[in-house]
Design a protein around this ligand. Sequence first.
Ligand code: ADP
Ligand code: MG
Length: 459
Amino acid sequence: MTSEQWGQVREGLKSELGEHNYINWIEPLEFADLDGQVARFVVPTSFMGTWVERNFGARILELIRDNGITVSRLEFVVANRDRTPAGRKPAEASGQGAPNAPAGAAPLPGSDLLQGAPLVPHYTFENFVVGKPNALAHAAARRVAEGAHVAFNPLFLYGGVGLGKTHLMHAIAHELRHHRPEARVIYMSAEQFMYRFVQALRERTMMDFKSVFRSVDVLMVDDIQFIAGKDSTQEEFFHTFNALVDQNKQIVLSADRAPGDIRELEERIRGRLHNGLVIDLHPADYELRLGILLNAIRQLSEDFPGVRIAPGVAEFLAQRITTSAREINGAARRLFADAQITGHEITLDYARACLADLLRIQERKLSIEEIQRKVAEFYAIRLSDMIGPKRQRVIVRPRQMAMYLAKQLTTRSLPEIGRRFGGRDHTTVMHAVRKIEELRRDDAQIAEDLDALRRQLEG
Ligand code: ADP
Ligand code: MG
């Protein structure tokens, strides 16, 4: 959402809610960014966020959608006013991209252009759970955050929604602010970059725009898939990018897919990306999901003192919520908030009932990886053999079972399934499905195994 669009939403609210409500509740909201389908706002107090959400949330969502923007929920982040490093004048601090800078605020003159998006306070390295699927990305982010020298440029992180890209970028910024307060660190979404660029064109402040972006020490641009195809923005981005690389300044970028898969991304940008370090974040496996849950539970236990959670609940949820860390954290928060109101202990049954809708959705989203893991476990073979080249019967049969179950229990297409099984052809998957269907009729053991596996997977 551009700040113009947010301006329209505000106008709408003004006429509906009246001057008084508007001044009290809407005007103080600062639109920060649209992350996935979450519209984030900075508010002065958490009370204010809760109040706005409860009283105007639904209407705000509707008005945003009226602008043609896909949004599923609002999030309110409390402005962290005391983050300004000690001993520095506020004006100077904001000129260096202070974390509390409102991103979508009204057009700003001169050096204020340097404001980045606000950082989420708890998106820190301490709160980032490391597991195999994100270990490389985490290590590279740490390296950048040490800030000693530029080892790879740019660092390009990619992966699906909710896997922790934004979290890592904010963590880098937090860390640098702490250890190298003098460094000029800018974090913003690609949409914000584009907005600033267009604004500079319109207001004839291109010189400021250029000099400002070229004088930062670390530039982080999130979700750069958004600028693909936006030609003049890409062009400017490319020049900024080159200028910074030439000065040996660190750049960190993220996208929801690999550089090669971003259509309409300029070839020369793509080329530049490959000179740096390109790392993908994989979907969390069971172990990482459990780690993220336990971490969330530890924090929530502080936020909701007195709420008790029974053993086994975390394991159950880690098993069942397989989509992303975002869903995991959301589910845990819902459970704790609910349990505090009702005074219940969070037992397995309680969790099932409280999260019924979410668990149903997750069921449909059973992942291929989950199936591979379960089947490998069941037949006591290695998970890597699911995707590896081995052709012995003891490996091939379980692999075919897993392909069959993937076809039955997920909505994935044959080519997609083939890809997830080590890049096999869709005809291989088709053959596996037919083979297992045949065996299912003729071989009682296979039929029994299938039933057991299906029960476990649908859990
Ligand atoms: P992305 O930018 O990749 O879509 P985010 O960084 O916004 O994902 O992460 C979504 C949510 O999940 C955030 O609340 C984030 O804190 C949380 N999250 C993601 N990965 C982890 C992790 N490894 N440990 C803890 N929390 C995580
Ligand atoms: Mg993100």
